[in-house]
Design a protein around this ligand. Structure first.
Ligand code: FEO
Ligand code: CA
Ligand code: CA
Ligand code: CA
Length: 680
């Protein structure tokens, strides 16, 4: 592992002002280059993207809604080279669709069908993961290689293998895999993780909505095998009467389509789709360097709405994976390997076997944040998890075995008394201290009411500055919490925590709002992406430099989404604070929490503002820190095919982009004009 040395922490760029422009804005002295965009070809013979809704072949093109990604260095011979600054494989998640732009005049019968088969196939194939070779033509003139043999698409149709403690469970048996060992595809891939043996972890987040399965508890949509099955369907939100994009309404017997209707449709096993939703909600490991490898669903990491999977690995210690479950009132999880990590394993060429070693055997925990600034990791281990109590509309749930606990990890977290959080998004580790940061993007009044705050999710207030017609009570701007494991041991079962930053509009003078002292140069809302820059650059100057990306509602009337650079302190650099919350009816309640040192413009500064209606998500840097890659997701997501609300990326560096140009998610490279290290 590299030695971490710290130079004086100074951010060396002028803050970018909040704005609503339809371009990516960066500080003076920096340049933006648009790289791979929605639809760009990934194989020889695939036509250039016409971007008018007529393109097909999305199993050979960059998918839609690019989310997290990571850059895997390549040597001149095309092999793994962690130190390459000039060539690599960009592995990117494709979370969802701006479906209106994928067809000439928008989608046909998208809400309830029947869907045309070609449209549904295109939409399906625009999901998943892409692997694309990137090359620097000299002096950070980045481009990509459309016909590289290393390019690959992984889609909802790609064969997967189930691995870990739930593999071959009866709950994973499907028509596709009668023994429950194989899975078909991946969906709604959000954030990610990078292992020390250079594989990529892709996280399946909002998979539940893609399935048709009424969970009202009555009627023909439910052929429940037990009352407990209903508990699980409700807890995971599998409740749609159509499924996203109504793919199951395609008039085809192909299970690529019929599988999205998660009911029993006939008498035979091949017509029973009730276990299809159990195929999703996992962390999936793939080997970017081997285009023929079969991705593995790592079931020991649990099944939920996986946002991402930050891997903390240090030689001589157990390996830990920190994972948020992004929905309101969901939990933070940690997996700890049974094996002790060695650097030699990090260099192994047998990469997926390293995943077998470190990600299949171990213990999954869920976090409980205590009111005194400590916390505990509660083990999700069969025999140690009590029955999940009955609720107002479901009976109690008792677990059958460890596979049941992993498949229904949310229920196990409920039973153990985990702390309900304000939407856990990305996790990231400070390479200097080992401290783990977690973005809690926001929450609303019904899920974070005045009298149901806790120390780790302490706020309830109104944001009067947000857009009209949007519920603003609750925690509309979110916060970033951090924790330090006891003994700095990733395997610890207890920790200390505080809240590093509270999102806020700096113009809001409410008493419990701008608790981090934000100003116009660094105010933000709804943190989501989170990343620490790589530890090394050639000069050996190393800084713990953190990047924060936003997916914002409450500030959207005054700025597009943004990315900030931060040089954070450490858990405990602030102190206890009691705040007064205010509800819609004027009632008040106090809540004590632990607040980090206030932000300063020296240590937190806005670096980038994105185009109209985008979210900023996805970031990596080259090892030398001289290129930062940033993801622009769903620009113009509220527009129509005839009247796009954004024309990005055509607008980047081009004031005359046609107003009819359809927007495209894309990765950009940002470089410093003097060739220096970004942000310093
Ligand atoms: Fe896909 Fe929670 O962001
Ligand atoms: Ca996210
Ligand atoms: Ca988000
Ligand atoms: Ca998104």
């Amino acid at each position: 592992t590299s030695t971490v040395r710290v130079s004086p922490a100074v951010l060396g760029f002028a803050a970018v002002a909040k704005n609503l422009n339809d371009v990516v804005t960066v500080p003076a002295g920096y340049t933006v280059t648009v790289l791979t965009r929605l639809g760009d070809p990934l194989a020889a013979g695939v036509s250039a993207y016409s971007n008018n809704g007529t393109d097909g072949d999305f199993d050979k093109r960059i998918g839609d809604h690019g989310d997290a990604f990571a850059f895997y260095g390549l040597s001149a011979a095309g092999a793994r080279d962690d130190n390459s600054n000039t060539r690599g494989l960009m592995v990117q998640n494709h979370e969802n669709l701006s479906v209106q732009y994928l067809h000439p005049n928008g989608p046909t019968n998208v809400s309830s069908g029947p869907r045309p088969q070609a449209e549904a196939l295109k939409e399906m194939m625009a999901h998943g993961v892409s692997i694309t070779e990137y090359v620097d033509a000299g002096n950070r003139k980045w481009g990509y290689v459309p016909n590289s043999p290393l390019n690959r698409r992984i889609t909802p149709g790609t064969q997967m293998q189930f691995a870990g403690a739930a593999a071959a469970s009866a709950m994973l048996r499907t028509a596709y895999s009668p023994d429950g060992t194989r899975g078909r595809g991946t969906i709604n891939n959000c954030a990610h993780g990078v292992t020390p043996w250079a594989t990529y972890l892709t996280a399946e987040e909002n998979w539940a909505g893609y399935f048709r399965r009424d969970n009202s508890g009555s009627g023909t949509d439910n052929t429940l095998r037990s009352p407990e099955e209903l508990v699980a369907l409700r807890r995971y939100g599998v409740n749609s009467n159509t499924g996203n994009y109504a793919w199951s309404t395609v008039q085809s017997a192909d299970t690529l389509y019929t599988r999205w209707d998660a009911r029993v449709k006939g008498a035979s096993a091949v017509e029973d789709f009730r276990n299809e939703p159990n195929q999703f909600g996992w962390v999936v490991e793939l080997d970017p360097y081997d285009p023929n490898s079969t991705p593995r669903k790592r079931t020991s990491l649990g099944r939920f709405g996986h946002e991402g999977a930050f891997v903390q690995a240090a030689a001589g210690k157990k390996l830990a994976v920190y994972m948020g479950d992004d929905a309101r009132r969901e939990y933070l999880y940690k997996f700890v390997s049974s094996a002790t990590f060695t650097e030699a394993d990090g260099r192994s060429a047998n990469r997926l076997a390293m995943g077998d070693k470190y990600l299949d055997t171990g213990t999954l925990y869920v976090a409980r944040f205590e009111a005194d600034g400590t916390g505990r990791w509660l083990p999700l281990v069969f025999g140690q998890v009590p029955d999940r109590p009955a609720t107002s509309n479901t009976p109690a749930y008792s677990f059958a075995d460890q596979a049941d606990i992993l498949i229904n990890a949310r229920l196990a977290g409920d039973a153990l008394g985990a702390t309900p959080m304000d939407r856990p998004e990305w996790t990231a580790g400070n390479p200097l201290t080992g401290e783990i940061y977690l973005t809690l993007t926001n929450n609303n009044a019904s899920n974070r009411p005045l009298n149901d705050t806790n120390a780790a999710n302490p706020r309830h207030y109104n944001d009067p500055y947000g857009p009209a017609n949007r519920a603003q009570y609750g925690n509309p701007n979110g916060h970033i919490i951090r924790l330090r494991e006891n003994g700095d041991d990733p395997a610890a079962t207890s920790f200390r925590w505080d809240i590093y930053l509270f999102g806020a509009d700096s113009a809001d003078a409410g008493p419990n709002v701008n608790l981090s002292g934000l100003t116009a140069e660094n105010d933000f809302s709804s943190p989501d992406g989170l990343y620490f820059s790589r530890e090394t650059n050639p000069a050996g100057k190393v800084k713990p430099l953190m990047w924060i990306q936003t997916d914002d509602g409450a500030l959207s009337d005054r700025t597009n989404n943004m990315m900030l650079a931060a040089m954070p302190g450490s858990v405990g650099d602030g102190g206890a604070q009691t705040i007064t919350n205010t509800g819609a009816d004027g009632a008040t309640a106090t809540q004590t929490t632990f607040v980090g040192a206030p932000a300063t413009v020296a240590t937190l500064r806005r670096f980038l503002v994105g185009p109209v209606e985008c979210e900023i998500t996805g970031i990596d840097t080259t090892p030398d820190g001289r290129t930062v890659f940033v993801g622009i997701q769903h620009p113009g997501e509220d527009g129509t095919p005839d009247a796009p609300s954004s024309n990005w990326p055509d607008t980047q560096g081009n004031a005359n982009a046609p107003a009819t140009a359809r927007p495209r998610s894309a990765i950009v490279a940002i470089t410093k004009d003097d060739g220096g290290v970004i942000a310093l």
